[in-house]
Write a protein that binds this ligand. Structure first.
Ligand code: 3PG
Length: 212
Protein backbone atom coordinates (compact mmCIF):
# COMPACT_ATOMS: atom_id res chain seq x y z
CA UNK A 1 0.00 0.00 0.00
CA UNK A 2 2.91 2.34 0.74
CA UNK A 3 3.94 2.87 -2.90
CA UNK A 4 0.38 3.55 -3.91
CA UNK A 5 -0.20 5.85 -0.94
CA UNK A 6 2.89 7.91 -1.55
CA UNK A 7 2.15 8.16 -5.27
CA UNK A 8 -1.40 9.33 -4.51
CA UNK A 9 -0.16 11.78 -1.89
CA UNK A 10 1.93 13.35 -4.64
CA UNK A 11 -0.78 13.36 -7.37
CA UNK A 12 -4.16 12.32 -5.92
CA UNK A 13 -5.91 11.61 -9.20
CA UNK A 14 -6.65 8.19 -10.73
CA UNK A 15 -7.63 8.29 -14.39
CA UNK A 16 -9.77 5.56 -15.89
CA UNK A 17 -8.47 3.88 -19.02
CA UNK A 18 -11.18 2.19 -21.05
CA UNK A 19 -9.96 0.64 -24.28
CA UNK A 20 -10.59 -2.36 -26.48
CA UNK A 21 -7.18 -2.38 -28.08
CA UNK A 22 -4.01 -2.90 -26.05
CA UNK A 23 -2.02 -0.49 -28.26
CA UNK A 24 -4.54 2.27 -27.61
CA UNK A 25 -4.61 1.42 -23.90
CA UNK A 26 -0.82 1.69 -23.75
CA UNK A 27 -0.74 4.96 -25.70
CA UNK A 28 -3.42 6.43 -23.43
CA UNK A 29 -1.58 5.33 -20.30
CA UNK A 30 1.70 6.78 -21.53
CA UNK A 31 -0.02 10.08 -22.36
CA UNK A 32 -1.41 10.22 -18.82
CA UNK A 33 1.99 9.43 -17.32
CA UNK A 34 3.61 12.09 -19.50
CA UNK A 35 1.16 14.54 -17.94
CA UNK A 36 2.15 13.45 -14.43
CA UNK A 37 -0.50 10.83 -13.55
CA UNK A 38 1.13 7.47 -12.90
CA UNK A 39 -1.59 5.62 -10.99
CA UNK A 40 -3.93 4.23 -13.63
CA UNK A 41 -7.16 2.26 -13.37
CA UNK A 42 -7.91 0.02 -16.35
CA UNK A 43 -11.63 -0.71 -16.37
CA UNK A 44 -13.02 -4.10 -17.34
CA UNK A 45 -15.75 -2.81 -19.61
CA UNK A 46 -14.74 -4.05 -23.04
CA UNK A 47 -14.20 -7.52 -24.52
CA UNK A 48 -10.43 -6.97 -24.68
CA UNK A 49 -10.02 -5.12 -21.40
CA UNK A 50 -8.03 -7.98 -19.81
CA UNK A 51 -5.56 -7.81 -22.73
CA UNK A 52 -5.36 -4.04 -22.27
CA UNK A 53 -4.65 -4.47 -18.56
CA UNK A 54 -2.03 -7.10 -19.27
CA UNK A 55 -0.28 -4.93 -21.90
CA UNK A 56 -0.08 -1.99 -19.51
CA UNK A 57 1.12 -4.17 -16.63
CA UNK A 58 3.88 -5.51 -18.88
CA UNK A 59 5.27 -2.02 -19.54
CA UNK A 60 8.60 -1.22 -18.00
CA UNK A 61 7.35 2.29 -17.22
CA UNK A 62 7.09 3.61 -13.68
CA UNK A 63 3.31 3.28 -13.51
CA UNK A 64 1.10 1.70 -10.85
CA UNK A 65 -1.68 -0.11 -12.71
CA UNK A 66 -4.90 -1.22 -11.09
CA UNK A 67 -8.01 -2.91 -12.41
CA UNK A 68 -11.41 -1.27 -12.12
CA UNK A 69 -15.01 -2.39 -12.63
CA UNK A 70 -14.03 -5.71 -11.06
CA UNK A 71 -17.37 -7.42 -10.50
CA UNK A 72 -16.52 -10.93 -9.30
CA UNK A 73 -13.98 -12.96 -7.36
CA UNK A 74 -13.03 -14.69 -10.59
CA UNK A 75 -12.22 -11.36 -12.24
CA UNK A 76 -10.32 -10.31 -9.12
CA UNK A 77 -8.10 -13.38 -9.38
CA UNK A 78 -7.59 -12.88 -13.10
CA UNK A 79 -6.56 -9.23 -12.81
CA UNK A 80 -4.01 -10.18 -10.16
CA UNK A 81 -2.64 -12.83 -12.52
CA UNK A 82 -2.32 -10.13 -15.18
CA UNK A 83 -0.29 -7.99 -12.78
CA UNK A 84 -2.80 -5.48 -11.39
CA UNK A 85 -1.44 -3.73 -8.30
CA UNK A 86 -4.81 -2.66 -6.88
CA UNK A 87 -8.46 -3.50 -7.38
CA UNK A 88 -11.43 -1.15 -7.68
CA UNK A 89 -15.04 -2.29 -7.72
CA UNK A 90 -18.24 -0.27 -8.13
CA UNK A 91 -19.76 -2.02 -5.11
CA UNK A 92 -18.85 -3.93 -1.96
CA UNK A 93 -18.44 -7.66 -2.55
CA UNK A 94 -16.82 -9.67 0.22
CA UNK A 95 -15.36 -12.31 -2.08
CA UNK A 96 -13.48 -9.65 -4.05
CA UNK A 97 -12.22 -8.03 -0.86
CA UNK A 98 -11.08 -11.43 0.41
CA UNK A 99 -9.04 -12.19 -2.72
CA UNK A 100 -7.35 -8.80 -2.52
CA UNK A 101 -6.59 -9.22 1.17
CA UNK A 102 -5.24 -12.75 0.70
CA UNK A 103 -2.87 -11.36 -1.91
CA UNK A 104 -1.99 -8.26 0.11
CA UNK A 105 -3.31 -6.02 -2.64
CA UNK A 106 -5.13 -2.72 -1.96
CA UNK A 107 -8.84 -2.89 -2.78
CA UNK A 108 -11.28 -0.01 -3.13
CA UNK A 109 -14.84 -1.32 -3.04
CA UNK A 110 -17.53 1.17 -4.01
CA UNK A 111 -19.82 2.39 -1.25
CA UNK A 112 -22.31 5.20 -0.84
CA UNK A 113 -24.13 4.53 2.43
CA UNK A 114 -23.07 4.45 6.10
CA UNK A 115 -24.08 0.76 6.33
CA UNK A 116 -21.75 -0.13 3.45
CA UNK A 117 -18.94 1.90 5.02
CA UNK A 118 -19.42 0.02 8.30
CA UNK A 119 -19.40 -3.31 6.50
CA UNK A 120 -16.21 -2.41 4.60
CA UNK A 121 -14.58 -1.03 7.73
CA UNK A 122 -15.39 -4.22 9.61
CA UNK A 123 -13.71 -6.17 6.80
CA UNK A 124 -10.56 -4.27 7.70
CA UNK A 125 -10.66 -1.60 4.98
CA UNK A 126 -10.03 2.09 5.50
CA UNK A 127 -9.88 3.38 1.91
CA UNK A 128 -13.09 3.13 -0.09
CA UNK A 129 -14.37 4.27 -3.45
CA UNK A 130 -17.33 6.66 -3.09
CA UNK A 131 -19.49 5.95 -6.13
CA UNK A 132 -21.33 7.45 -7.91
CA UNK A 133 -19.98 10.47 -6.04
CA UNK A 134 -21.96 13.39 -7.38
CA UNK A 135 -25.26 11.50 -7.52
CA UNK A 136 -24.79 9.93 -4.07
CA UNK A 137 -24.49 13.22 -2.22
CA UNK A 138 -21.13 14.58 -3.33
CA UNK A 139 -19.22 16.81 -0.93
CA UNK A 140 -21.96 17.14 1.73
CA UNK A 141 -22.16 13.34 1.97
CA UNK A 142 -18.37 13.05 2.32
CA UNK A 143 -18.41 15.65 5.10
CA UNK A 144 -21.13 13.71 6.89
CA UNK A 145 -19.19 10.44 6.50
CA UNK A 146 -16.10 12.22 7.87
CA UNK A 147 -17.90 13.21 11.04
CA UNK A 148 -18.64 9.59 11.98
CA UNK A 149 -15.97 7.56 10.19
CA UNK A 150 -12.87 9.52 11.11
CA UNK A 151 -10.54 6.64 10.23
CA UNK A 152 -11.87 6.07 6.69
CA UNK A 153 -10.61 7.79 3.53
CA UNK A 154 -12.51 7.95 0.28
CA UNK A 155 -11.81 8.00 -3.45
CA UNK A 156 -14.79 9.75 -5.04
CA UNK A 157 -15.54 8.78 -8.62
CA UNK A 158 -18.55 9.38 -10.82
CA UNK A 159 -19.08 12.94 -11.93
CA UNK A 160 -15.67 14.25 -10.86
CA UNK A 161 -14.15 16.69 -13.35
CA UNK A 162 -11.58 19.48 -13.58
CA UNK A 163 -14.39 21.79 -12.47
CA UNK A 164 -15.02 20.17 -9.08
CA UNK A 165 -11.73 18.34 -8.45
CA UNK A 166 -10.33 21.01 -6.12
CA UNK A 167 -13.49 21.00 -3.99
CA UNK A 168 -13.32 17.23 -3.52
CA UNK A 169 -9.58 17.18 -2.84
CA UNK A 170 -9.89 19.93 -0.23
CA UNK A 171 -11.78 17.55 2.08
CA UNK A 172 -9.66 15.90 4.78
CA UNK A 173 -11.07 12.43 4.15
CA UNK A 174 -10.16 12.20 0.45
CA UNK A 175 -7.23 10.03 -0.62
CA UNK A 176 -7.69 10.69 -4.36
CA UNK A 177 -10.33 11.34 -7.00
CA UNK A 178 -10.93 9.05 -9.93
CA UNK A 179 -12.65 9.47 -13.22
CA UNK A 180 -12.94 9.29 -16.95
CA UNK A 181 -12.77 13.03 -17.65
CA UNK A 182 -9.01 12.60 -18.23
CA UNK A 183 -9.47 10.11 -21.06
CA UNK A 184 -12.20 11.47 -23.34
CA UNK A 185 -13.28 8.97 -25.97
CA UNK A 186 -13.19 11.64 -28.70
CA UNK A 187 -9.53 12.48 -28.04
CA UNK A 188 -8.60 8.80 -28.05
CA UNK A 189 -10.56 8.16 -31.26
CA UNK A 190 -8.74 11.08 -32.89
CA UNK A 191 -5.37 9.83 -31.67
CA UNK A 192 -4.99 13.15 -29.85
CA UNK A 193 -2.82 11.91 -27.01
CA UNK A 194 -1.41 15.38 -26.40
CA UNK A 195 -4.88 16.42 -25.28
CA UNK A 196 -4.85 13.61 -22.72
CA UNK A 197 -1.43 14.68 -21.42
CA UNK A 198 -2.75 18.24 -21.08
CA UNK A 199 -5.78 17.05 -19.10
CA UNK A 200 -3.45 15.10 -16.81
CA UNK A 201 -1.22 18.17 -16.36
CA UNK A 202 -4.26 20.27 -15.56
CA UNK A 203 -5.38 17.75 -12.90
CA UNK A 204 -1.90 17.67 -11.36
CA UNK A 205 -1.83 21.44 -11.25
CA UNK A 206 -5.32 21.63 -9.66
CA UNK A 207 -4.29 19.02 -7.07
CA UNK A 208 -1.11 20.86 -6.17
CA UNK A 209 -3.05 24.09 -5.70
CA UNK A 210 -5.25 22.50 -3.01
CA UNK A 211 -3.94 23.23 0.46
CA UNK A 212 -5.27 20.98 3.20
C1 3PG B 1 -16.06 4.76 -12.25
O1 3PG B 1 -16.12 3.58 -12.55
O2 3PG B 1 -15.31 5.15 -11.36
C2 3PG B 1 -16.96 5.73 -12.91
O3 3PG B 1 -17.53 5.18 -14.05
C3 3PG B 1 -16.29 7.00 -13.22
O4 3PG B 1 -17.27 7.93 -13.48
P1 3PG B 1 -17.05 9.11 -14.50
O5 3PG B 1 -17.10 8.48 -15.87
O6 3PG B 1 -18.19 10.06 -14.25
O7 3PG B 1 -15.71 9.74 -14.25
Amino acid sequence: MTDLNSRLANAPVVPLVQADDPKIAVATTRALAAGGLTVIEVVLRTPSSMDCLSAICDLDDDIIVGAGTVLSAEQASTVLDQGAKFIVSPGLDESIVQIAQENNIPVFPGINTPSEIMKARNLGLNMLKFFPATIAGGIPALKAFGSVFGDVKFMPTGGVSAGNLADFLALENIVACGGSWLTPAAAIAAGNYDAISRLAEEAVSIASSVAK
